[in-house]
Ligand binder design. Sequence first.
Ligand code: PLP
Length: 397
Amino acid sequence: MISRRAQSISPSETLQISAKAKELKREGKSVISLSAGEPDFKTPDHICEAAIKAIKEGFHGYTMNTGMPELREAIATKLKRDNELNYESTQIVCTNGAKQALGFSILALLDEGDEAVIPAPYWVSYPQMVKMAGAEPVTVRTNIDNHYKITPQQLDEAITDKTKLFILCSPSNPTGTRYTAEELKALGEVLAEHPGVSVISDEIYEYIVFEEEHRSILQEAPQLYDRTVLINGFSKGFAMTGWRLGYLAAPQPVADAVAKIQSQETSAPSAISQKAGIEAYNGELAEVESMVSAYNKRRDYVIERLKQLPGVTCFTPGGAFYVFPDISDYLGKESPAGQTVETSTDLCMYLLEEQGLAAVPGDAFGEPNGIRLSYAASMEELEEGLDRLEEGLKKLD
Ligand SMILES: Cc1ncc(COP(=O)(O)O)c(C=O)c1O
């Protein structure tokens, strides 16, 4: 009964761990969850007010399929203001979260048999979305010594005659790594040699950066403008995950193709959320800045604690709200119950069941030696979570 397409993909493993943690919590167990991929803050009040006003004023109908012109203009203005990029509002399509912008872009760009190059560790959905389009994900394992960034040489070597797409995520989920301007430029030079390869640049964590400002690959490699799809949204920076609002900015033919797909699949994102999105981009960014400053303090604390754990290797990430320590020294060890922890999945299951700590195994992201810890959690939770991690690792023999 179930199609080959549906059978070929796996459910989101990050959601699975969160679900298991919730189940244990329901059973009354104490669980510290450092597994979630969403801010622990509330959406800023002025954004909520704009949505409430829209509801009260009866703004209850469908909007234009690609999103309200006012929102698309606000996005075009933001792309100019923050990223020095020029887009007509017609090149922008608003979607139900950045996830849908990614899924529809991939459907618009890939055919059966095409290949998409994806650096690992990758965000879980990229390879699955490529598979849903009937194409082949080609994952390239990167090195912690290079902060899990793909090198120009690795990219060049991964590109074949079948490669149609390269997917870049900076700042990254799951590692928090951020490519520098020079690194983006160098990747751009490789891509310039391969005119048949389109680029998806997922910049959903753009606003959550530390030390240095975010740079888009298009700022460093403007020659890629005609074949790059920029993905962004409101979920992370504005703590709006549940509002389901994202967008893409793309060359006109790609935007038109995505608009066609969206017109048949979902029509448009929620009208209320779109009103909120307009306020988010046109309003003050003060609350975003205060969230980022909280993430910064938490990141420093988590890194400090991880550095003290024997056999754990970690670098200080430049963005997002994740750390991705290498825990491979602990693989092959035995738990007090006599079970061997063979994989990062085993380790996370052990940490969850024995210590009440939820983290996501690197296996889910194509990097078996790591685990992902999210610091979108309160300082108290982080302290307790890291105590539990320390204790849990100590007990392995
Ligand atoms: C790298 C990355 N891209 C896209 C998304 C999807 O975001 P949205 O909530 O806007 O669909 C996420 C969410 O976890 C993400 O981590």
